[in-house]
Write a protein that binds this ligand. Sequence first.
Ligand SMILES: NC(=O)c1ccc[n+]([C@@H]2O[C@H](COP(=O)([O-])OP(=O)(O)OC[C@H]3O[C@@H](n4cnc5c(N)ncnc54)[C@H](O)[C@@H]3O)[C@@H](O)[C@H]2O)c1
Length: 330
Amino acid sequence: MEKVLVTGGAGFIGSHLVSRLCESDKEIVVLDNSWRGSLENLGDFRNRIKFVEGDIRDYSVVKKAMEEVGTVFHLASIQGTKFFYTHPDLILEVGLIGNLNVARAIVENKVKRLLFTSSSEVYGQPRIFPTPENHEIIVPDIKNPRWSYSVTKIAGESIFLNFAKKYGFDSTLVRIHNAYGPKMGWEHVIPEFIRRVVLNEKFTIQGNGTETRSFCYVSDIVDGILLAASKEEGKNEIFNLGNDKEEYRILDLVKLLSNVSGKKIEPIQIDKLEGSTSRRIPDISKARMMLGYDPKVKLSEGLKLAFDWYKSKIESIIKYPSKPFPWERG
Ligand SMILES: NC(=O)c1ccc[n+]([C@@H]2O[C@H](COP(=O)([O-])OP(=O)(O)OC[C@H]3O[C@@H](n4cnc5c(N)ncnc54)[C@H](O)[C@@H]3O)[C@@H](O)[C@H]2O)c1
């Protein structure tokens, strides 16, 4: 029976991934510092896994959690665009030290395979749409803290590719594009919009709403991660994961949410954050061809599932508006 480690496994994508891994006979270890993730996210399958509460910046913790592990799914990182602006120092620490710790521990523990969750953010503000994997990866403005996260993903890709080549393990990198669904925290566009509708708050949107995104339901992202990490063809490759079938303007997303919630929404424009990307859609033909990846959930269906879940949790945001960083500096 293979033992696998999921770093960040109590978070949004991690907990959905762990839920799917629980359907296999694998022994599962989750390493998470419970900042954005929580044991609650691991729900019914809490007793099926070993949960290690710890920080990936601590090498001894990472090394221990990885003992006798065959495959590492490395997801732990600080997500959420607003934190890129407010906490670039922590984003860099967790991303850079954490990624290096994971790479070193893989070598020391003789782990066979790694899957690293990189991001569409590595393309900066792309020039080609849909954006293929061989598009240049770029930091558009090193002075803008927004790009601190993308720096950690670009460095992470380089770390894992080079350690894998030198020390002989297999690495697979997936660049995730705009995942959404239940359990993603409140600091992303879809949950924020749902909160405003449910609580009848002022409905602000950044810019004029003509920016586009292609949102991908979390179960489709998890399908891609599992295919990429298990197939022979996925070894030492880079894949975009996302949904290329639908591209929505933010204004269209608002209309869809109005239909799903049955409420009239009148969006109020506010300034865009500096560095915001006007369009994002992945070219997923490589994952389709090599892995048989095929995202299935339409935004109209996934948005309804997310809306119902967030609506049922709305009390928690009234009681606990936002979790503080446990490692916040004084
Ligand atoms: N959600 C998306 O649309 C998206 C897009 C691109 C890439 N990704 C990547 O996918 C992965 C999962 O993202 P997510 O949306 O599930 O984010 P998330 O914030 O829900 O999950 C990340 C998890 O990592 C944990 N974590 C953070 N810092 C840690 C530390 N120092 N030590 C141990 N654990 C730590 C958090 O507690 C959380 O549970 C991340 O690597 C993210 O960068 C996500």
